[in-house]
Each structure stands twice: as structure tokens, then as C-alpha cells.
Design a binder for this molecule. Structure first.
Ligand SMILES: [Zn+2]
Length: 313
């Protein structure tokens, strides 16, 4: 048969390729013998095949639970352990929401603007899966701040950058995550530290082992956080309050009250005192600022920042 006819019939490739799928020639130098006892066969299912081969605990010494100081009594430690678990649950969902929806999420746009998604999802994932060494939660009033009115806990700052003190007020004032959208809570009008879980996020980010001197207070308050998303999204993704507000909002919207949540509105958000003081005359827009409810809000809280500034919210 003429070559052109063979080509048109598609027979040439078949003839040329066919031998490649046949039985390979016998290899006398490397016979296909069953593996010896010192050989490991990967069958596609055993992800721990190396574990049978040699012992190399690359993660030796990993800390898998946030350390709680022995100054905490049994009840304090139990409540703190629960809050730390809730902090991981809250962070895990915030991460998963971002991984599922990315920047197409209206919640994401609201708090992080046009910033790339990997940084905030990374911070949340670090709370969940990062090594938990280098931080310490303690219950003694070692710096004396717990006697101050309204202090529910504080980062130890220069006294010990990797330590935070949980004052007794935290155990009565912080809300459990299971009560999301209860107590009259709305994201916009309540402190981001109202829930113990989000308060723990704040405390973790202050400690360098978690926050890496990168997550910080770039803007304070709900309004400022929303403005930051528009003006400086690169800061919003590492702003403590933006990370907390987003985590609370998507947990409420996706988990607690599906499709609804309890975001509140900008009109209900409190105006920061500094903004009020700076305004020379009342503007027409200030009329929309309604003071937050005082009946159910968590108490004010103060902590010391790295520059020594005492910050009360
Ligand atoms: Zn702070």
C-alpha cells in the first residue's frame, strides 16, 4: 500500500507506536525479582513509607498546645484551655472561608480590600497549625495590672514579650463562641475582644512568636478598620482588629446564623473618642453615630503596647 494511503488511514502511527506498549525486553542485569526485606515498595497509599525506612523526627520538640503557666489553678486552666480551643476554631473557619471564596467574598473585600488572600489566611493558619511554643499564658498578677479597673488581661510587653496575663475578669466577662450573635452582639458595635476566642487572637498576635512583630494595631475601631481596607489593604491584612472583625463576621455568617450573621452596620459603630475630639464642629454625618449598647458590651480592657503605651478599648 502506498505510504500516503497508510498515513491517511492512520495506520503508520499505530504500527510505529505499537511496540512501545508491548512487553519490555527482559533485563538480565536488573531482573524483576520480588523486593528484598530491606526494600520498600510504594503502593500509592502508604504516605508514611519513609517511617519504615529510617527514623528522622524533623519536628522533634514541637509544641502542639499553647502553654499555660502553673500559676493558673485547675478551673482557670480548664477555662483557658477551652478559650484557646475556641480561638483555634474561630481562626480555622476564617482561614477556610478565605481558602474557599478568596477575594470574591464580600466579607473579605469589606475587611481586607484588594490585598492578596495568602497573608490573612496564613495568620489564621498559624494560630491553628503553627508551633505553639514561644508563648505563655499565665494567671498570676505578676505585673500588678489586674487590680486596675476594667483590666481583663494584658500582654507583658517589655517585661516578657512572649507572655500574657489573663486576669480573673476574663473568665466572667468574655463570651463563649457558642454564644455567637447572642447577648445583643453585633460585629460593628461591640469590642472585638467581647468573645474569649477573638480576645485570644489579639493576645497571640501581640506575642512575637505568633505576630512576628508584623501583626499590630494599624487602626483602632470598626470604622478605622473599614477605612484601612480601602486606603491601605496591605496594612489591613496585618491589622489586629481587621483580622478579628473578619473572623467573627464570617463565623457568625457561615456557622452561627447561616446566611445572616450579625454584622451590624457602620451607622451603629461607635465613633472613636479621638475622632470626636478632633472634629471642630458637629458634621451632618455624625448624627448617624449611635453609641454602642452599654447593657451587654464586654468591659473596657487595657493592655500595654511595645512602646510602653497603655491601650484601653
Ligand atoms: Zn493590643
Amino acid at each position: 500500500m502506498h505510504l500516503a494511503i497508510l498515513l491517511s488511514l492512520g495506520l503508520i502511527p499505530l504500527v510505529i507506536c505499537a511496540p512501545q506498549y508491548g512487553t519490555p525486553p527482559e533485563d538480565h542485569e536488573h531482573p524483576q525479582d520480588p523486593p528484598g526485606p530491606d526494600l520498600i515498595q510504594y503502593d500509592g497509599t502508604d504516605a508514611n513509607a519513609y517511617a519504615d525506612y529510617h527514623i528522622n523526627d524533623w519536628a522533634e520538640g514541637a509544641v502542639t498546645e499553647y502553654p499555660i503557666h502553673n500559676s493558673c489553678n485547675g478551673s482557670e486552666a480548664a477555662l483557658l484551655r477551652k478559650a484557646l480551643y475556641e480561638a483555634e476554631v474561630l481562626a480555622a473557619h476564617a482561614r477556610d472561608h478565605i481558602l474557599r471564596w478568596g477575594s470574591s467574598s464580600s466579607h473579605y473585600k469589606k475587611y481586607f480590600g484588594s490585598a492578596a488572600t495568602v497573608e490573612p489566611s496564613g495568620w489564621y493558619n498559624k494560630i491553628v497549625n503553627g508551633d505553639k511554643g514561644g508563648v505563655l499564658f499565665r494567671c498570676d498578677n505578676i505585673d500588678g495590672n489586674c487590680v486596675l479597673d476594667g483590666w481583663a488581661g494584658h500582654w507583658r510587653g517589655e517585661n516578657a514579650t512572649g507572655e500574657t496575663v489573663i486576669c480573673p475578669l476574663s473568665y466572667t466577662a468574655r463570651w463563649p463562641l457558642a454564644g455567637m450573635c447572642m447577648y445583643g452582639y453585633e460585629v460593628s458595635s461591640h469590642e472585638y475582644t467581647s468573645y474569649f476566642a477573638s480576645d485570644i487572637h489579639h493576645r497571640l498576635f501581640h506575642m512575637p512568636a505568633v505576630g512576628e512583630y508584623t501583626v499590630d494595631h494599624y487602626a483602632e475601631g470598626y470604622r478605622a478598620a473599614l477605612e484601612l481596607a480601602v486606603d491601605h489593604p496591605e496594612d489591613a491584612v496585618r491589622n489586629t482588629e481587621s483580622l478579628a472583625f473578619f473572623a467573627l463576621e464570617v463565623y457568625a455568617y457561615d456557622i452561627a446564623v447561616p446566611g445572616e450573621g450579625c454584622p451590624g452596620s457602620l451607622a451603629e459603630a461607635p465613633v472613636e473618642e479621638e475622632e470626636e475630639a478632633a472634629a471642630p464642629t458637629p458634621s451632618s454625618s455624625s448624627a448617624e453615630a449611635i453609641p454602642a449598647s452599654t447593657t451587654s458590651a464586654a468591659p473596657a480592657e487595657c493592655h500595654t503596647h511595645s512602646d510602653g503605651e497603655v491601650h484601653c478599648t
